[in-house]
Design a protein around this ligand. Sequence first.
Ligand SMILES: [Zn+2]
Ligand SMILES: [Zn+2]
Length: 137
Amino acid sequence: MTKRYSGGCACGALRYETRSAPIFQNHCQCQDCQQRSGTGHGSYLTFPDRTGVTVTGEAKTWRMTADSGHDKFQAFCPTCGTPVYLTFAAMPFVAINAASLDDPGQFKPQAITYTLRAQAWDRVDPALQAFERMPQG
Ligand SMILES: [Zn+2]
Ligand SMILES: [Zn+2]
């Protein structure tokens, strides 16, 4: 039986739902995530294929080049500004912002990425596997 993940932005105009299983769940301390979140890291559940995720409502997106050199598209709600998910130019993945879940307790972080960019004041669970950058795969 597959779990269902659903969520959306703070005002409720942008929603998503999926029954696929996340392939990676992480806290990311890269500079992009710091700037976009306004704090020390972003937290994501990455799903293997965006066609498996149903989005309702209108997202605005903007494109940026990640530290890895890959382009990604940040999707947010134009009404309330909440970042909800991101997609990638070269990969079918969709990464959902963990706290946008209706039940954020479904987020089960496995790893911390980009620890080389971490702020000293941003301490994340030291029991998690830590990567200086983004692991391959
Ligand atoms: Zn909204
Ligand atoms: Zn990041």
